[in-house]
Design a protein around this ligand. Structure first.
Ligand SMILES: Nc1nc2c(c(=O)[nH]1)N[C@H]1C(S)=C(S)[C@@H](COP(=O)(O)O)O[C@H]1N2
Ligand SMILES: [Mo]
Length: 410
């Protein structure tokens, strides 16, 4: 049998999706798979379904670094399959980390007893916890911003929901003798840039967030080892916060007493201050004008319908979707089938915890033939609701505009 390495060598790591068999089971047409029609011109035609080793075909946004989006139909399941989970990297040099040789170093000036953990230590020396949590890129749906903003032109699938298992970051930091003057916890991973001038992808979070009992050093995803592309053998999981902080292939965790000043915290992943109704703040990194992105905004998506889909007039059909937020929990999803004039509550599915996708369903019966616009709007327990108007921001983050799907009853 060919090894994965041989495979990578011979194909450049790519398998093109050919034939219609996979598409047939998963969507209602090419648009539904590749993303919404609002994506910038050229983006849809340039996107391909391609399989990275170990993954089903995903929507390719770029190959170096690898950025692959999950087709929406996979979100019909409340947990996203590991082999369909999106992939996002900033840097192109991504080593295949071997479990046996991997170590994560816990250090920095704000710990008293620096530590080094093997995978066995992580799995055996600490209490293991499992948390269902949404991993969503800050820029998911960036491609739908009007006017367009630069960056990976993601559709809605730069996200996924999984059960993450591992040790609490808090327990590991406590074992390392975290000092009272610790301000931020800094994470680095095994990947790096191809050119020395490229700033390494290093991220920090406030110490209070790292000490939250839900933050993990996770080595398992949906009951399986993490896929290579999602951070094998271990990654940081920061439930509620956008996944820019969820360091993959984590190799060092440093507690520091001063604000970390690396490019990816100081200059990137920032939002204007005061524009979003968010609760969590990263105060040690705030400037007069902007602040690091923190928790996800309340959001939802319809998962079993696509623009242009035909439905039968007079026949009830079930619209399905998922809703999520920054960890307050979904309180309500409302659906409109008249373009937003009237709204009714959808039925919420099983609650897997406040950080997870929450499924919802709603029966729509088109009363007559012709176009029908279905909309869905989620609210959370902190009193926030999805917006109708885009909140503009330079990097194209936090797109949570209420989705509209135009169906056709015949
Ligand atoms: N080592 C490493 N970890 C990383 C990144 C990266 O480029 N390198 N990108 C971050 C960002 S911005 C996102 S959105 C998530 C994506 O997680 P996924 O690829 O498992 O879907 O990983 C985060 N962790
Ligand atoms: Mo991201």
């Amino acid at each position: 049998m060919k090894s994965r390495r041989d495979f990578l060598k011979t194909t450049g790591g790519l398998v093109l999706a050919t034939g219609g068999t996979w598409l047939a089971g998963h969507a209602h047409g090419a648009d539904a798979v590749m993303g919404p029609a609002e994506l910038p011109e050229g983006t849809l035609s340039a996107s391909l379904l391609e399989a990275l080793p170990g993954k089903v075909p995903l929507i390719k946004k770029s190959w170096r670094p690898p950025n692959y989006e999950t087709p929406v139909s996979y979100f019909n399941d409340v947990f996203t399959r590991n082999d369909a989970f999106f992939v996002r990297y900033h840097l192109a040099n991504i080593p295949e980390v071997a479990a046996a040789g991997w170590r994560v170093k816990i250090g920095g000036e704000a710990v008293e007893k620096p530590l080094e953990l093997s995978l066995e230590n992580l799995q055996n020396d600490y209490e293991q916890v499992e948390i269902a949590a949404v991993c969503q890129c800050s820029g998911s749906r960036r491609g739908m911003f009007q006017p367009h903003v630069p960056g990976v032109e993601w559709g809605p699938g730069a996200m996924g929901n999984a059960r993450w298992k591992g040790a609490r970051l808090k327990d590991v930091l406590t074992k390392a003798g975290l000092r009272k003057d610790a301000l931020e916890i800094v994470f680095d991973g095994a990947d790096s840039g191809v050119f020395p001038a490229t700033p390494d992808f290093v991220k920090s979070i406030p110490v209070w967030k790292a000490m939250d009992e839900n933050a993990l050093i996770a080595w398992q995803m949906n009951g399986q080892p993490l896929p290579h592309w999602n951070g094998f053998p271990a990654r940081i999981v920061v439930p509620g916060w956008t996944s820019t902080y969820w360091m993959k292939h984590v190799t060092s965790i440093n507690a520091v007493t001063k604000p970390f000043d690396g490019f990816w915290v100081k200059s990137a992943y920032r939002i204007p201050r005061g524009k979003f109704p968010l609760v969590d703040r990263f105060i040690s990194q705030e400037t007069d004008v902007n602040t690091p992105i923190t928790e996800m905004v309340v959001n939802s998506i319809m998962t079993n319908v696509a623009n242009g889909q035909q439905v039968a007039a007079g026949q009830p059909f079930e619209v399905k979707g998922v809703a999520w937020d920054g960890g307050y929990g979904i309180s309500r999803v409302e659906v409109s089938q008249d373009g937003g004039q009237s709204w009714r509550s959808a039925t919420l599915g099983q609650d897997y915890g406040r950080f997870s996708f929450r499924q919802w369903t709603y029966m729509v019966t088109p009363s007559q033939r012709g176009p029908l616009t279905v909309m869905a709007r989620a609210s959370n327990r902190a009193g926030a609701t999805q917006t109708f108007e885009l909140i503009a921001n330079p990097a194209g983050y936090h797109h949570n505009v209420v989705q509209r799907i135009a169906l056709n009853a015949a």
